[in-house]
Structures are given as structure tokens and as C-alpha cells.
Design a protein around this ligand. Sequence first.
Ligand SMILES: C[S@@+](CC[C@H](N)C(=O)[O-])C[C@H]1O[C@@H](n2cnc3c(N)ncnc32)[C@H](O)[C@@H]1O
Length: 317
Amino acid sequence: MIVEYIQHLSLPVPRWVKAMGFGREVVSMQARHERCREAWAPHLEAARALITEAAESCVKTDHAVILGSGLLLDIPLGELAARFERIDLIDLVHTRHVRRQAKAFGNVNIIEADISGAARSVYSLSMTAEPDGDRPAPPIGMKATSHAYIAATVEDTLANPSALIDLPVPAPDPALLDGANLVVSANLVSQLPLLLMGWIEAHCPWAEDDAKDAFARSVVDHHLALLQNFATDNPESRVALIAEVLRLVHDAGTPVRKIDALFGAQILNEGHEWWWDIAPRPEIDNDVDVKLRILGIPDLARAPQSRICRNTTLAAP
Ligand SMILES: C[S@@+](CC[C@H](N)C(=O)[O-])C[C@H]1O[C@@H](n2cnc3c(N)ncnc32)[C@H](O)[C@@H]1O
């Protein structure tokens, strides 16, 4: 626990990213990987093989973009760095270890960016968020808040009165993918809404449940649309998607609870499927295990249409 605390303290990420919990998630993932290394190995191997399959099918090899590169556990970085001239690793959190790994190759860039296109706007929904730059000490009871920040918020609200009650519309940046011959969304899409939802729960008591659900779904939909649009507009490029579609809580194989990991969104293509034993007992509970159904599509534009709905409790295994 102390090791994780120190790792979190020393993460080279902006304050707002830490405040929203992105740093904590990556540090916990690292610790969980240490504890569950054996159980995770088949999943990580399957994910790496899928990325290799996608990379090998690329006609041009100038530029690869990895979305959600995280700890690089499921990324065959050595292979990619040998095949492509330039690789961009995109995530909100890059640990010092990941930065060192990237630097060792010479053609691997670290890019810190919000892939959802909604994180910063969600963060700003909180009146207790800290504004950028130096400022005089805040009044008692208004920790980390400045008059200028409140004034700007009031001004924005007067200009757009629904801004304080509407949750933002995600605006993922298509420029992140510009010029890529290979784009990989690496076990990311189901994660995109989670911390945003946590922040909204904690800071936006006015948000209705229906609005929150619709927001989570729209974050997933916008990411899938980002990938689909890029694949359609760039037919020579390859877009590979590795996505959690179902979370299964089970008791030694007997289902206890099925959770739709995509908040109702659908991936309507066939691909490779496998289980990720992410939390065998006692990782999160002494009495149950958790595994994830993973869908891996090496070439989104050319993947056959799916005949089943994987992430509903009705059709899922
Ligand atoms: C399950 S991990 C992916 C695993 C990663 N491919 C690996 O091998 O370690 C999800 C990753 O998505 C990143 N992430 C979540 N939301 C993000 C966002 N809005 N923008 C950028 N990265 C995000 C997290 O920081 C985390 O590294």
C-alpha cells in the first residue's frame, strides 16, 4: 500500500488527471498485474497476438498510434518499433517506467491526451476544482477556488444557462489519429466512462440517473465512431479494436452477475473472443471471481457483421 502511495505521488501527470483518479487506476493496475500475473498471461498474449496480426497486415508502416497504451502490458512494443517508423503512445498516464521503455527505442513518442474528449469538461463541472496558475489564498470554506474562476463560471453560465445542468457531449480529437497506418484501441473503450462517472457522482449531485447513463453510453459511442470514421476515411490503414464487452462475476464458473461493460453500446462486428481472468479470488472478494469477455478485431473496416449481441445479459455466455 505504501509502495503504491509513493508510486502515485511520483507519477509525472497533471494535477487534474490525478484528482480524477487516472493515476490511482494505473498504479492499482500495476499492483494487480503483479499479483495476478499468471491469470492475466493468456489474455495479454492474445491481445499482443491480435496487435501483431493487425501490424503485419499494414501495407504502409510509417506511423502507428496506440490508444490507451497504459502500462504497455498488452502492447508488443518491440515488434511495433521495429516495423513502424514512428509510434505514438496515447494515454492520460505514462509512468516513469513506460517513459524509459519508450525512450529506449528512439522512434516511440509519448503523448498525454484525453482520448474521450470529455474528461476535462467533466472535471470543470466541479466548482471545487482548482483553476490553473497562481492565485491568492482562497476564502475559508472555498478551498482551491478563486474569485476569477467563479466569475468565469458565472459568465459562461449566463451565456449558456444549460451548461451547468447538461453533461458535456464528448468531442474526441480525430487529429490524434492523423496519418496513422495502424490505430490500436487497446482495452480502453470500456474504461473511458468509468472515472468520469465517478467524478460526476461525487461532484454533480444535480445530474439525473438517466442523464448519467446516457453520458456514459455517449462516451463509448463517440470512441467507436472515432475508430469507424477513421477506418472508413482511410481504407489503406488498419484499425484494431480490443474491447471488454462483458464483465462476469462468477462462483468458480457459475455466473453470479453479468454487467454490460459498454453501457448498452454495441460493437456490431465479429472478431476473436476470449476471457480475461482479471480478478480470481481472493483478488477482490473471497467468495467470487471476476472475468471479462474480450473482443479483439484486427481490422475493423473489413470485419464481418456480427449476428449476436454480446454485451447484454440475454445473449452473452
Ligand atoms: C485497462 S488500461 C489499458 C491497458 C493498457 N493497454 C496496458 O497494456 O497496460 C486503460 C488505459 O486507458 C487509459 N485511459 C482511460 N481513460 C482515458 C482517457 N480519457 N484518455 C486517455 N487515456 C485514458 C488509462 O490511463 C489506462 O492506461
